[in-house]
Unconditional design. Structure first.
Length: 155
């Protein structure tokens, strides 16, 4: 009797989740991505130089890309399996955090870091001229460089 009641509750919860449906990711638009190179380190590594520390206990995939954002171009809501280093080379882009919708705008000559799977965000060119970035993705070997995330807020 208890097992049947629990099964009915579980079925009800599952039905309500399926009926609600998952939030749809906002797809990228107005962004051209050119992969400049990709490779995998042979083993883990540790770098300690001038107060900068970088460490990977295992081999890591490294991909470098050039992204061109049209005015209004967006990455859509996304996250990465590992850290990402971004340099803005022309124009400006704004990074919106999915957690609290805070916005930080970066201009040519500035850089920012995306911290991996918990740093869900959207990057957009809110300007009137194209913006360009050079991006270095550090991932587990064979992992995709990003994955779409459900919308975080409405910037």
């Amino acid at each position: 009797m208890l097992a049947a009641a629990l099964a009915m509750i579980a079925l009800g919860v599952a039905a309500s989740v399926l009926a609600a449906g998952p939030a749809r990711a906002v797809p990228p638009a107005g962004v051209i991505t050119e992969i400049l190179g990709s490779g995998t380190t042979l083993a883990g590594f540790t770098i300690h130089a001038a107060g900068i520390n970088v460490e990977s206990k295992h081999a890591a995939g490294v991909t470098v890309a050039h992204l061109t954002f049209a005015p209004g171009g967006t990455t859509g809501w996304h996250a990465h399996p590992g850290p990402v280093l971004v340099i803005v080379t022309t124009g400006s882009v704004t990074k919106y955090s999915a957690q609290d919708c805070t916005a930080h705008t970066y201009t040519a000559g500035q850089a920012f870091v995306e911290h991996g799977p918990t740093d869900e965000n959207l990057v957009r060119n809110d300007g009137s001229v194209p913006a360009e970035t050079l991006v270095t993705f550090i991932t587990p070997p064979g992992a995709p460089i990003h994955h779409d995330s459900p919308p975080g807020c409405n910037p």
